[in-house]
Design a protein around this ligand. Structure first.
Ligand code: GTP
Length: 360
């Protein structure tokens, strides 16, 4: 089976992490997001993956290559202008001749793709939309179904008096190739707002596949950090640690005997953790990081080659590649893009966002 993954968006809400890193390459537990997705698809016997790209396309191909490391074949297609979620699928039409999958490139999920495809076939659907429950349905587009799961209505951001379901579009679809004929070529088209409502209004069989598996749209820094807390806390059936206390350490790390590490924690290769350092999980330390004497890192994600001086405190934050936090600085509730320098003694408190290359 083939899958189209939509990875061409601007990822504005996840900036500054994604100012110069594609959202699809943001590390999740030290592994680029798309690699997790590739492994999930491979488990469900997807053999061919088409990446629909636009913004920041290069680094994705550099890392994934032809896909053979992950047991799949990859085709890269770059849109000359952003086509939206349906236009991007139309743009790769020549690669699609049978039932195929479509995935938003920012959803981390345990979804049982095999069962979803089975349901699509049993129902004779032209489109099947995975659904996931949410606590506050008023912030989303809701999908109402009949008892057999046939989609009856889309409700965009309803107020509480209109809420009849808490199920939202989970960003994974199974589509019959006929759907491609319903998308105008060379145009920006949204599958959620245009193509699916068009199919339902034309009485085409569109079905829903409700899933209670783990699901997270990692489109904002808050959700990106929450995804890490969830995975480290064992809330996904895959990629969770063996126990909530586990400390998984990479190769060639130097950890001073007086450092204290409280799991859950994942530490990449080639890290140096100095005397008296405290790592308080959930925490992820990327490969090649250096953490100086007496520093504390708690409930945070550090990407690669981050360097912390002495007595630095990082809490509830995400810090991207190659940042340098000098001694006695504090970074709390903040998000730092690549290559940010935090000067000695500086304090970045809740809500700070630093664009790549900044010195603060
Ligand atoms: P924001 O700018 O933060 O809203 O993020 P985004 O650009 O990723 O948009 P959104 O979260 O709505 O997109 C959902 C998925 O569709 C993401 O995986 C995007 O990469 C992808 N996507 C959105 N627009 C396009 C597009 O025009 N072309 C392609 N190929 N993919 C798109």
């Amino acid at each position: 089976m083939k899958a189209v993954i939509l990875v061409g968006g601007q990822a504005t809400r996840l900036r500054p992490l994604t100012t110069n890193t594609p959202k699809a390459m943001a590390p999740i537990l030290n592994t680029p997001f798309l690699e997790h997705v590739f492994r999930h698809l491979h488990r469900h016997r997807v053999s061919d993956i088409i990446l629909a790209q636009h913004h920041l396309a290069g680094p994705i191909e550099d890392y994934l290559g032809d896909g053979s490391r992950f047991g799949v074949r990859v085709t890269y297609v770059i849109e000359d202008s952003p086509r939206g979620t349906a236009g991007a699928i139309k743009n790769v039409e020549k690669y699609l001749d049978e039932t195929f999958l479509v995935l938003n490139g920012d959803i981390f999920t345990d979804l049982d793709i095999t069962a979803m495809v089975d349901l699509h076939r049993q129902r004779g659907a032209v489109a099947t939309i995975a659904l996931t429950p949410v606590e506050d349905p008023t912030a989303y587009g809701l999908i109402e179904t009949d008892v057999r799961g046939r989609v009856m209505r889309f409700l965009e951001k309803p107020d509480w008096s209109q809420v009849t379901t808490n199920m939202i579009n989970a960003g994974t679809y199974v589509l019959a190739p006929e759907v491609l004929a319903r998308i105008l070529p060379e145009q920006k088209v949204s599958i959620e707002r245009e193509t699916f409502p068009l199919l339902v209004d034309s009485d085409e069989p569109v079905y829903a596949y409700p899933s209670s598996g783990y699901w997270m749209d990692m489109g904002t820094p808050e959700k990106y950090l929450q995804l890490h807390r969830d995975l480290l806390g064992g809330r996904s059936t895959w990629h969770s640690l063996a126990s909530p206390e586990e400390v998984r350490t990479g190769e060639r790390c130097t950890i001073h005997p007086t450092a204290q590490i409280k799991g859950p924690a994942v530490i990449g290769d080639d890290c140096s953790i100095g005397p008296g350092v405290k790592l308080v999980g959930p925490v992820v330390v990327g490969g090649g990081c250096t953490i100086g004497e007496g520093s504390v890192v708690e409930d945070s994600v550090l990407w690669w080659q981050v360097s912390l001086g002495e007595r630095v405190v990082v809490k509830n934050s995400a810090v991207a590649n190659d940042c340098r936090l000098d001694s006695d600085s504090l970074v709390e509730g903040s998000v730092l893009g690549n290559n940010v320098t935090v000067a000695a003694g500086s304090r970045l408190e809740t809500g700070s966002r630093c664009e790549p290359g900044a010195t603060v």
